[in-house]
Design a protein around this ligand. Structure first.
Ligand code: ADP
Ligand code: MG
Length: 217
């Protein structure tokens, strides 16, 4: 089980990690897209860091916090990543978590919902060299860890590892969605920036869970 403090701390960690990787994400996007993925995501991250103190003060429950993050992403961030990650958080926040704690099953359900949201709005599926190639494997790994009775930290670890493998997989395939699809076969050999962001997000969540293991398990 985890609470609002964990969620806000994870959002802070995710945001800082994205800002640290701004140039790297731009570089990845420069190779197969238009080079703005790091800029887009860092803008999102800076807005969230600004919002966090108010979210901490507010009475908003976990679902509302996720939906707030999603709305900020949709309304403030350019590129495809804004609406796509926005939809992820918005939809993740639609699950039944109208209180201040979240069970392991809620975490996995939120990731699953968010991922379905991205696939719906992006009209995309696995194997098209997008963020979904990190999200879907992460969801499956987290579901399996949940079924095996693993705790919060191990579920996130499984998700982060699967996302990393998903990022590696994106190097091997040709893009059929997003800007990278324009360069066709030349996209093969390069990793997808959006999938890389998903991996960074899960890694940050895992690291915070390890640091707060005593409260989270
Ligand atoms: P833009 O492509 O508009 O410049 P970004 O560079 O911020 O926006 O984001 C690019 C990322 O968005 C890609 O690396 C990919 O992961 C993701 N993406 C693009 N189109 C789709 C889609 N239809 N479905 C899922 N993810 C997508
Ligand atoms: Mg781009």
């Amino acid at each position: 089980m985890f609470g609002k403090e964990y969620m806000l701390e994870s959002l802070a960690a995710i945001s800082k990690d994205i800002i640290e990787h701004e140039e790297y994400l731009n570089h990845l996007d420069n190779v197969i897209g238009d080079g703005d993925h790091g800029t887009n995501m860092a803008r999102f991250a800076r807005i969230i860091l600004q919002d966090l103190p108010d979210l901490a003060e507010s009475e908003e429950h976990l679902g509302e916090v996720l939906r707030h993050v999603g709305m900020r992403c949709i309304t403030e961030i350019g590129g495809s990543a804004g609406p796509l990650f926005g939809k992820f958080y918005l939809q993740a926040g639609m699950i039944e978590i109208d209180n201040l704690d979240m069970e392991e099953a809620n975490l996995v359900a939120a990731f699953e919902e968010g991922t379905m949201g991205v696939a719906n709005i992006g009209k995309s599926s696995e194997g098209e060299k997008t963020m979904l190639d990190a999200l879907f494997p992460a969801v499956r790994a987290m579901q399996q860890a949940l079924e095996e009775g693993k705790g919060f930290t191990e579920i996130l670890q499984a998700g982060a590892e699967a996302a990393e493998e998903g990022v590696e997989y994106t190097k091997t395939i040709q893009a059929s969605k997003g800007r990278a699809a324009y360069i066709g076969v030349r996209s093969i050999g390069h990793q997808d920036p959006g999938a890389t962001t998903v991996w960074l997000m899960l890694q940050s969540m895992y690291r915070v869970a390890v640091a707060r293991r005593a409260e989270c398990e």
